[in-house]
Write a protein that binds this ligand. Structure first.
Ligand SMILES: Cc1cc2nc3c(=O)[nH]c(=O)nc-3n(C[C@H](O)[C@H](O)[C@H](O)COP(=O)(O)OP(=O)(O)OC[C@H]3O[C@@H](n4cnc5c(N)ncnc54)[C@H](O)[C@@H]3O)c2cc1C
Ligand SMILES: *[C@@H]1O[C@H](CO)[C@@H](O)[C@H](O)[C@H]1NC(C)=O
Ligand SMILES: *[C@@H]1O[C@H](CO)[C@@H](O)[C@H](O)[C@H]1NC(C)=O
Ligand SMILES: *[C@@H]1O[C@H](CO)[C@@H](O)[C@H](O)[C@H]1NC(C)=O
Length: 502
C-alpha cells in the first residue's frame, strides 16, 4: 500500500508539477485550506454548517473534515489532484438526493459540493442548454420555461442534476425522448489526471456511453449539454383513488396498452395506516390540447377521491410535486423490477410485489408509531417499447443501462418509499426494509416476473446495480473505468456511491 501510494504520488507530480507545493504528509483538507482557502470551509463556519446538512434525508448527514466549494472546473481539478497526492478519501455531492449514507458525504475527509457550478446557458439555436452540476431540476425548468422550452430531467424540482443524469434519468418525457441521460450530447468532465476534457458521441465515445448509467466511476462532471424541446402549457395532475385492486389493474392496463408517447404516469399506493390505503397517480400529458387524454382511460374509469389534472407547465408542476419532499426527516427508496409481455404478466408483477410489501406492513406499523410515519408507499414505473424507441432516437450511440424491453417485455421498475421521523426507529426500519425487499424479490422470482434491473435513482445502498445492466455492459463499464482511471484512484479515494470496483 505504501509503495503503491508513493507511485501514485510520483505519477501525479509528473503530470506537470502543478502540485509540487503540496506536501504529501498533509491530508486533503490541510492541503485544500493552504492552496484554496477562500473555497474551503471547516466546522463552525456557516458555509460548512449549511453544506453538510444540505441533503434529502437526515441519515445522509455525516461529519466531513472540511467542505470544498469549487466555482470552476479548474477548482474541481485542483481539489481532485490534492486529494490524490495526499491519498485522502473524499466525497462529491450534487443535489444530494441519492438517499444513501456515504454516497455523497463522508466522515473525516473533504466533501466537494457542486453548489457553485450553476451554469445555465442556452445555445444560440435554442436546441441545447449547458447545465451545471450544482443545479436542481426546478432551476433548470424555470430558466428554460422563459424561452418556451423544456428538457428531460427529474419530476420533482428539488432533485439534483448530476446524479440523475449519471444514473439514467426518468422524466415526464421518457416515452418521447428515452432516458434523461440519452439527451446529454456533451459532457465536461475532470479526469483523475486533473485534465478537464470534453466527451461527445465522437470524442471519447466509450466514455460517452459509460456516463449514461455508469454514475460516478469516471471523473467529476462539471457540465452537461442537454437537448431541449418546445414546452409550453401541458396537462398534469394527481388522480387519487381508493379501490386499490382496480388501480393495480389500471396500472397494468396502461403499462400493457399505452401507445401515446406524449403520456407519462407514476402510480403510487400509499399505506396511510393499518386500515387505509390510497392510490395517487401522477399523470402528465405533454400537450395543451387534451383535458382528458384517452391513454389515461383506465384511470378515468376509476371513481376518484381527488383529481388535480389541469393545465399547467413543466416548471410549475415539478415545483408542485416537489412539495412532497419534507425536509429534516429520514427517507429511503428501495428499487426492483418485474417484467412482462402481456397484460396478465404485468398485472401479476404489480400484484405480487404489492402483496409481498403489504403483507409486511403490520410489522412496520408495530415498530413505527403513527406520529413518526411520514410516507410509506410503493410505486411502479412502466418502461417499455415507447421508452426504448425514444432512447434510440435521442441517442443512437446507446447507453450502459442494458434496457431490453423488446426481449424481456415492459419493465415495471418498482420502488418502496419509507419516510419516518426519529433516529430511534432507524435500525428497526432498516431491518424491516431489507427483509421486505428480499420477500418482494423472492415472490416476484417465484411468479416468474423478476428482473435483476434496479433503477439506480431508486436503489438502496445494499442493492446491486450493475449486474442488472447485463454481464456484457457491466464488463464494458469496468474496462472503460480502468482505461480512464488506470491507477483506480477514483475507486479507492472516492468510495461513495455505486462503484464498479477495482
Ligand atoms: C424525492 C426524490 C425524487 C426523485 N425523482 C426522480 C425522478 O423523477 N427521476 C429520476 O430519474 N430520479 C429521481 N430521483 C432519483 C435521483 O435521480 C437520484 O437520487 C440522483 O442521484 C439525484 O441526483 P443528485 O445530484 O441530487 O445526487 P447526489 O446525491 O448529489 O449524487 C448522486 C451520486 O452521484 C455522484 N455525483 C454527484 N455529482 C457528481 C458529479 N458532478 N460528477 C460525478 N459524480 C457526481 C455522487 O458522488 C453520488 O454518488 C429522485 C430522488 C428523490 C430523493
Ligand atoms: C455558492 O452557493 C451558495 C449556496 O447555494 C450561495 O449562497 C452562494 O451565493 C454561491 N456563491 C457563488 C460565488 O456563486
Ligand atoms: C383496459 O382499459 C380500457 C379502458 O378502461 C378497457 O376498455 C379495457 O377493457 C381494459 N383492458 C383490460 C384487459 O382490462
Ligand atoms: C431471496 O431472499 C434471500 C434471503 O432470504 C435473499 O438473500 C435474496 O437476495 C432474495 N432474492 C431476491 C431476488 O431478492
Amino acid at each position: 500500500m505504501v509503495a503503491c501510494t508513493t507511485n501514485i504520488t510520483a505519477a501525479l507530480y509528473a503530470l506537470g508539477g502543478l502540485f509540487t507545493q503540496v506536501n504529501a504528509s498533509w491530508d486533503g483538507c490541510d492541503a485544500l485550506r493552504l492552496t484554496n482557502s477562500a473555497k474551503t470551509f471547516v466546522p463552525g463556519q456557516p458555509v460548512y454548517d449549511y453544506e453538510v446538512e444540505n441533503f434529502w434525508s437526515n441519515h445522509q448527514i455525516m461529519a466531513p473534515a472540511c467542505v470544498f466549494r469549487p466555482t470552476s472546473a479548474e477548482d474541481v481539478a485542483a481539489a481532485l489532484l490534492v486529494n490524490e497526492v495526499t491519498s485522502t478519501e473524499f466525497a462529491v455531492r450534487g443535489g444530494g438526493h441519492m438517499g444513501i449514507r456515504g454516497a455523497n458525504s463522508i466522515d473525516g475527509g473533504p466533501l466537494l459540493v457542486m453548489s457553485n457550478l450553476t451554469t445555465l446557458e442556452l445555445a444560440d439555436d435554442h436546441k441545447t442548454v449547458w447545465v451545471g452540476p450544482g443545479l436542481d431540476w426546478g432551476e433548470v425548468y424555470s430558466y428554460l420555461g422563459q424561452f418556451g422550452l423544456g428538457t428531460t430531467g427529474g419530476r420533482l424540482s428539488p432533485v439534483g442534476v448530476p446524479g440523475l443524469l449519471l444514473g439514467g434519468g426518468i422524466s415526464f418525457h421518457g416515452n418521447q425522448h428515452g432516458w434523461a441521460a440519452d439527451n446529454v450530447v456533451e459532457y465536461e468532465i475532470v479526469l483523475y489526471t486533473g485534465q478537464v476534457v470534453k466527451v461527445t458521441k465522437d470524442v471519447r465515445a466509450d466514455l460517452f456511453w459509460a456516463l449514461k448509467g455508469g454514475s460516478n466511476n469516471f471523473g467529476i462532471v462539471t457540465g452537461f449539454r442537454l437537448k431541449t424541446f418546445p414546452s409550453g402549457d401541458v396537462y398534469a395532475g394527481v388522480y387519487s383513488v381508493t379501490d386499490i385492486p382496480a388501480l393495480l389493474e389500471a396500472i397494468a392496463n396502461y403499462s400493457a396498452f399505452n401507445t401515446d408517447p406524449l403520456s407519462h404516469m407514476v402510480p403510487q399506493v400509499v399505506a396511510v395506516d393499518e386500515q387505509t390505503t390510497v392510490g395517487a397517480v401522477i399523470l402528465y400529458y405533454d400537450s395543451n390540447e387534451d383535458a382528458e387524454p384517452e391513454c389515461f382511460r383506465p384511470f378515468w374509469d376509476l371513481p376518484n377521491v381527488g383529481n388535480t389534472f389541469s393545465k399547467t407547465t413543466l416548471s410549475r408542476f415539478a415545483d408542485e410535486t416537489g412539495q412532497l419532499v419534507v425536509p429534516g426527516i429520514n427517507d429511503m427508496f428501495i428499487a426492483g423490477t418485474t417484467v412482462g409481455k402481456t397484460y396478465d404478466s404485468l398485472l401479476k408483477g404489480i400484484q405480487v410485489s404489492w402483496e409481498a410489501f403489504e403483507a409486511e406492513l403490520p410489522k412496520l406499523f408495530a415498530i413505527l408509531p403513527a406520529a413518526d410515519r411520514q410516507l410509506i408507499s410503493m410505486d411502479w414505473q412502466p418502461l417499455g417499447d415507447l421508452w426504448l424507441a425514444g432512447s434510440q432516437k435521442a441517442n443512437p450511440a446507446g447507453n450502459a443501462l442494458g434496457f431490453e424491453p423488446e426481449e424481456k417485455g415492459t419493465y415495471l421498475a418498482w420502488a418502496e418509499v419509507v419516510e419516518w421521523r426519529g433516529e430511534e426507529h432507524s435500525e428497526a426500519v432498516y431491518d424491516w426494509i431489507k427483509t421486505t425487499t428480499w420477500k418482494i424479490g423472492n415472490a416476484t422470482q417465484e411468479a416468474g416476473v423478476y428482473d435483476a434491473f434496479h433503477y439506480m435513482g431508486d436503489a438502496a445502498g445494499f442493492q446491486e446495480i450493475y449486474d442488472g445492466y447485463g454481464a456484457a455492459n457491466k464488463h464494458k463499464l469496468l474496462s472503460v473505468s480502468r482505461k480512464y482511471d488506470p491507477l483506480r484512484l477514483l475507486q479507492r479515494l472516492w468510495p461513495g456511491g455505486f462503484k464498479l470496483g477495482l
